[in-house]
Design a protein around this ligand. Structure first.
Ligand code: HPA
Length: 324
């Protein structure tokens, strides 16, 4: 009897060991076991990068087929700031949905189109609406429109967006000119194979926001009595607003404002050597500063109220700035 029991035990142990090694073999199958397999994986990555470049070039081609307007400046209108686009001299309009391969926004208040226009003597393409990573797009998709517009000719981008104020010296209705940012909490649009046709592998970010453009916006604000600050912006993924503890952490890291866009676009723009100016509209105090909830409606309402001042700032910036 003892012999039978120990024989059964041995059989059970052998079966367990066999299962274990089968498992290991199962996991190992996902890793490249040979140099050939590894180079297959690298080829796949290369193929995806080529795919992306082809999509980008196709978007450029489609836009060029619809207009021969060559913009110098891209103006990205953020949450609720789109009204500005209704008051410009339009040369051509292209809804994002008509450009195959363009990401299309799913958020209310972000209906997307490109507006090619002249504003105060400058050749501008307005991106009315943008997509966000919280919609499920990855960073590379988010920056594809900006990359396309750079390939069409624009060398400067003015980014605008709604933010929550972390800095308690700021108030709702103020504007903040971004002088630096924290990108640590969102993926870089530059990962993967470098797109050599756009820029170099490693990108300096010590001067991400153009100092000349910052001082032009500052001058316009002072001349028109518009409350403006210079601050550090942090982009988070969203779509949930932050907790009070997260806001305390971000303040400790040096952030003055928080939002869900812009930094990935700044990174892509700097990769392509574009000049960047970014203007934040403070739509709410960040979580935990005031004893009330943050809502999308509040953010949109505050943006609407800021629209007149915002138009003065952008209009002044466009007429005073030089084009490169
Ligand atoms: N947090 C993140 N994004 C935002 C906020 C905020 O408080 N307000 C406007 N966009």
């Amino acid at each position: 009897m003892k012999k039978i029991i120990s024989a059964i035990m041995i059989l059970i142990m052998i079966a367990a060991l066999a299962g274990c090694s089968a498992n290991t073999a199962g996991n190992a199958a996902k890793e490249p076991a040979t140099a050939d397999e590894a180079s297959e994986l690298i080829k796949t990555d290369t193929f995806e990068a080529d795919d992306y470049m082809n999509r980008l070039k196709s978007c450029v081609k489609q836009i060029k087929e619809k207009t021969d307007f060559v913009p110098d400046i891209v103006l990205v209108l953020g949450s609720g700031l789109g009204e500005f686009a209704d008051k410009v001299n339009v040369v051509a309009e292209i809804p994002y949905s008509e450009i195959k391969g363009f990401p299309v926004s799913t958020v209310q208040g972000h209906d997307g189109k490109l507006i090619f226009c002249e504003i105060n003597g400058k050749k501008v393409v307005v991106m009315k609406g943008r997509v966000h990573m919280y919609e499920g797009y990855d960073a590379k998709d988010v920056v594809l429109p900006l990359r396309a517009l750079h390939l069409i000719g624009a060398n400067t981008v003015i980014l605008t967006h709604a933010v929550g104020a972390i800095n308690e010296d700021y108030s709702v209705g103020d504007f903040v000119i971004d002088k630096d940012h924290i990108s640590t909490f969102v993926p870089s649009p530059l990962t993967g194979k470098n797109l050599e046709e756009l820029g170099e592998r490693f990108v300096d970010m010590s001067d991400a926001y153009d100092k000349d453009l910052i001082s032009v916006v500052e001058d316009v604000a002072v001349e028109n009595n518009i409350p403006v600050h210079q601050g550090v912006f942090v982009q988070l993924m969203g779509p949930q607003y932050e907790t009070p503890t997260e806001i305390r952490m971000l303040r400790g890291l040096g952030a003055d404002t928080v939002g869900m866009s812009t930094v990935v676009e700044t990174i892509a723009a700097r990769h392509m050597g574009m000049r960047v100016c970014s203007i934040s509209s403070v739509t709410n105090m960040a979580a935990g500063i005031e004893q009330k909830k943050i809502t999308h409606e509040e953010v949109q309402e505050s943006s609407d109220k800021a629209a007149a001042d915002f138009a003065v700032l952008i209009s002044g910036l466009l007429s005073k700035m030089t084009v490169e």
